[in-house]
Design a protein around this ligand. Sequence first.
Ligand code: ZN
Ligand code: ZN
Length: 216
Amino acid sequence: MKITIVYDNEVSKEGLRSGWGFAALIESEKAATILFDTGADSSTLLHNMKELNIDPKNIEIIVISHLHGDHIGGLSEIMRINKTAQLYLPSSLRKEPPERKVTIVKDALQIGEDIFSTGKLEGIEQSLALKTEKGIFVLTGCSHPAMKRILGTASRFGELYGIAGGFHGFYDFELFKKLSVIYPCHCTQYKREILDFFPDRALRCGAGLVIELPGR
Ligand SMILES: [Zn+2]
Ligand SMILES: [Zn+2]
């Protein structure tokens, strides 16, 4: 399984653009190609996809962590280009897309082989739990439901292995003690501190970063 950061506050690869928001593509041999969040604007999202040789038409599933602008900004344009990708949303959109399969996520559920949603936590946001050979890799949008809640829910799918995404104001770093890889992305307020606290395990995030997960 492979995660490519498509949209982030920072850039990890020359030629890509940064913007306040988050989007990541998940590709695996066993499951459908998933776009997790869509950034704040479609022009940055599509520019980065083009640079990364990602064809928006190949996306089969779009998962939205939560309905804040920096995560759904590119959604309508992606849906205009890609007429078939089904949606997994934490809440209904103001305008339901016609003729498209939409799942409003409440409880934890399986989205694809080795890919699970934590369910909508604290009434706002879902994260993904990806099953790898070494354990569960968590992908978060903004972590609004609080990290403890997200990790607790994700750990129901197995021993935790790593995490990437926006961590917001999270600073209880002890919670990450058992994780092997940590990528503080997007809105993470204490990026510098996390990188310093886990010098052997925390790595910089940015648009263009590719995370290869140990397959199962
Ligand atoms: Zn948010
Ligand atoms: Zn955000």
